[in-house]
Design a protein around this ligand. Structure first.
Ligand code: NAD
Length: 355
């Protein structure tokens, strides 16, 4: 691995902290710096883990370019700093734009200064809502699904591929990430640095500070353990809406591959997710969580959909698997049991964050 100093912005967050620990274990000689303003509630709980792994932490804000440019020279930047909630972008679009778009633009100033490469964590939310919700749906006993014959415009029974349109309303969150992607691709060309973009579906696992509007898998499990109300929102209040789910360790496997093979992957944009094999409806999630926790909770229903919601999202991993050989290794049971065990092991600390 050629990179001596790796900066992870948002490095105290769910993805950033897990990646930092994973990469440090894999490449102990690498100097890894996590940069984070600790705005996500619970991010501070990751600091002892980072320190124990000999990872440097710097408190700072990607919205303040001077704080980024005050950092030492870096060789690779992994951009994990974000306001990652769609609903938060409805409430405060300016903050989402500042954090996600301006923050990435500021980070690019640093990569330009140092001739550093960049790995960008984007989102399936770049794909617009109306075309996704226009895909014909069939209703099964425990979930909604697409027709097996679906195969049009980048959408198939397998999932959504990179050729699906990005034109249309995709929320300020989705747009902030899409515009960041475009900026990055332009910087790569103009500055002769390397980079790769990955649009992830739902990611879950230990150290995700799940809340009602972001990190739904962790939130759902935590409410079973710690108490709190849960509701199936929208889609007839049935809980049949579907997401694919990627275990955080599968994300780390993929990013580590990208770190080692940036020359080959340079300038490309990929989708990556749990795909059909690791997908779940909320209703199915409830049944699985009941088994693991031994807790049966009453789940309420709300008929009205939430703003910016989509009924089904599944990733077509064909492009990323063809290019890298990577595919998800952990199933939904492992996502749930690993997250459950983490909450149990850190219950006292997590009670004030996850409840
Ligand atoms: N978690 C998912 O399901 C998911 C899915 C697709 C894409 N992503 C992307 O992955 C990346 C990481 O997401 P996550 O799940 O780890 O979110 P997270 O909220 O756990 O982590 C983001 C971190 O960024 C920090 N941060 C926020 N604003 C900042 C600022 N102005 N300056 C410095 N740090 C700041 C937060 O304190 C937090 O620690 C994001 O870019 C997100 O869009 C996440």
């Amino acid at each position: 691995m050629k990179y001596k100093t790796i900066l992870i912005t948002g490095g105290a967050g769910f993805v950033g902290s897990n990646l930092a620990v994973y990469l440090k274990n894999k490449w102990p000689d690498a100097h890894i710096i996590c940069f984070d303003n600790l705005s996500r509630k619970g991010s501070e709980l990751n600091l002892p883990r980072l320190a124990a792994a000999s990872i440097k932490f710097i408190k700072g804000d990607v919205c303040h370019v001077d704080e980024l440019l005050a950092l030492q020279s870096i060789d690779l930047l992994i951009d994990c700093a974000a306001e990652p909630s769609v609903l938060a972008s409805y409430a405060n679009p300016e903050k989402t734009i500042a954090t996600n778009l301006e923050g990435t633009a500021n980070s690019l100033q640093l990569t330009k200064r140092d001739g550093a490469d960049i790995i960008f964590l984007s989102t399936s939310r770049v794909y617009p809502i109306d075309p996704l919700n226009a895909i014909e749906i069939v209703e099964h006993a425990t979930r909604f699904d697409w027709k097996e014959s679906l195969n049009e415009n980048g959408a198939s029974y397998k999932g959504i591929s990179e050729t699906f349109t990005t034109d249309g309303f995709n929320t300020v969150y989705g747009e902030s990430k899409l515009k960041s992607e475009e900026l990055i691709l332009n910087y790569l060309k103009e500055n002769n640095t390397k980079g790769v973009i990955t649009r992830f579906g739902v990611i879950a696992g230990p150290w995700q500070m799940g809340k009602i509007d972001q990190g739904i898998i962790g939130f759902w499990i935590a409410q079973h353990i710690l108490g709190g109300n849960l509701q199936y929102i929208g889609y007839n209040g049935s809980g049949k809406q579907v997401r694919d789910v990627l275990h955080i360790e599968d994300v780390c496997d993929l990013v580590a591959y990208q770190v080692e093979h940036l020359d080959k992957l340079n300038g490309q944009t990929f989708n990556a997710g749990g795909a059909r094999d690791v997908s779940v409806s909320l209703f199915e999630l409830t049944q699985l969580v009941r088994k693991v926790t031994g807790v049966t909770k009453e789940i309420g229903s709300q008929m009205q959909e939430r703003e910016g919601d989509v009924c089904i999202y599944l990733t077509d991993n064909t492009k990323i698997t063809t290019a890298t050989g990577w595919r998800p290794k952990r199933d939904i049971h492992q996502v749930i049991s690993d997250t459950y065990q983490w909450i149990i092991d850190h219950k006292d600390q997590l009670e004030h964050v996850l409840k």
